[in-house]
Ligand binder design. Structure first.
Ligand SMILES: *Cc1c(COP(=O)(O)O)cnc(C)c1O
Length: 343
């Protein structure tokens, strides 16, 4: 299929991640994570986050990472505060509730997809009785499902309100690299140094074949996360193929190079759309996504020309850019838009 802008997971594997998979394929290795590749991947992640005493785990995808983390933080009668567009609420088929055996999402109205200390406090204060699920965690996506980025100060302010109410702060980092690249900050500054307790670090959308890392910066009491991973069917027997690519991604900042590229493609596309009066960009472009409202007939005709993209928020179209997106293909897309509108 020709390059598309429907999702950053339409893209293939970047060369650096693939090369590590091929290298890891030489010879035999111990199974289930007791291998040298996994040890090195854990070490590389800890160094990247400047946190030797963190705890690192690997799972196949983001839904599992988020769900297992939230079920380890919350008891079945407790709840997670999140925004209305959060992946854990809209795109995980209730998996966080399923894995925890009952944990509920408490939704804040977030028109632009971002949680704030005020919104969290409103949800906390909504109810304070035995009949409603008690908040135990806050979940934010960095970058957000709406393509926005929380600044370091914003994360710190959220973490402050979390501490005040005894809530753990979970960061869904399916697009964590895009946020780091946009903020031009270190991985530590926007996570544990800003008060994040646990991060789900995304690999697939950043250029890996599959796989997300879970990083606990603070300890969760009475937790046996390895057992949770196994019970959920998320323990890879040939673990090295899930872990070796992380070494390729994090060495020489390939993860940031990929993210910077996809962010720049989003900026490039947005700059082209701003010249077209019939189209309105509805959210700031801060990471690798562009949300824009198109005349309905235009959307329909672009689909019939085999352009793939999704209508996501407020009947706007979402365009996502990947590590391998090209300006040439963006130009082709814009040319089709202009041709249709000129008719
Ligand atoms: C893509 C994505 C995930 C992970 O989804 P999987 O398909 O389960 O890997 C998690 N959170 C956000 C915000 C995402 O965009």
């Amino acid at each position: 299929m020709a390059e598309q802008f429907a999702s950053d997971n339409y893209a293939g594997i970047c060369p650096e991640a693939l090369e590590m998979m091929v290298k890891a394929n030489a010879g035999h290795e111990i199974a289930y994570g007791d291998d040298s590749w996994t040890a090195k991947a854990v070490d590389t992640i800890k160094k990247t986050f400047e946190k030797e005493d963190s705890e690192v785990h690997f799972v196949f995808n983001g839904t599992a990472a988020n769900s297992l983390v939230l079920s380890s933080v919350c008891r079945p009668y407790q709840a997670v505060i999140c925004g209305e567009y959060s992946h854990i609420e809209t795109d995980e088929c209730s998996a966080p509730g399923f894995f925890s055996g009952g944990t509920k999402n408490l939704i804040a109205r977030t028109p632009d997809g971002k949680l704030t200390p005020e919104l969290i406090e409103q949800v906390v204060k909504r109810r304070d009785d035995v009949h409603s699920a008690k908040p135990k965690a806050v979940s934010i996506a960095q970058s957000t499902e709406t393509g926005l980025v929380y600044t370091i100060d914003e994360v710190k302010a959220i973490s402050k309100v979390c501490k005040q109410y005894g809530l753990k702060l979970h960061m869904d980092g399916a697009r964590f690299a895009n946020a780091c690249a946009a903020l031009n900050c270190t991985a530590a500054e926007i996570t544990w140094k800003a008060g994040v307790d646990v991060l789900c670090l995304g690999g697939s959308k950043n250029g890996m074949a599959l796989g997300e890392a879970v990083i606990f910066f603070t300890k969760i009491e009475n937790e046996d996360f390895d057992a949770r991973i196994k019970q959920a069917g998320q323990l890879a027997s040939k673990m090295r193929f899930l872990t070796a690519p992380w070494i390729g991604m994090l060495t020489n900042d390939v993860w940031l190079k990929n993210a910077r590229h996809s962010n720049q493609c989003a900026q490039y596309f947005a700059s082209k759309l701003r010249d077209i009066p019939e189209i309105k960009i509805i959210l700031p472009v801060e990471a690798n996504a562009v949300f824009a409202s198109f005349p309905p007939a235009l959307t329909e005709q672009l689909h019939s020309l085999h352009w793939h993209f999704y209508e996501i928020i407020e009947s706007s179209n979402r365009f996502m850019f990947a590590w391998d997106s090209t300006t040439a293909r963006i130009d082709e897309f814009v040319a089709d838009i202009r041709r249709i509108l000129a008719k």
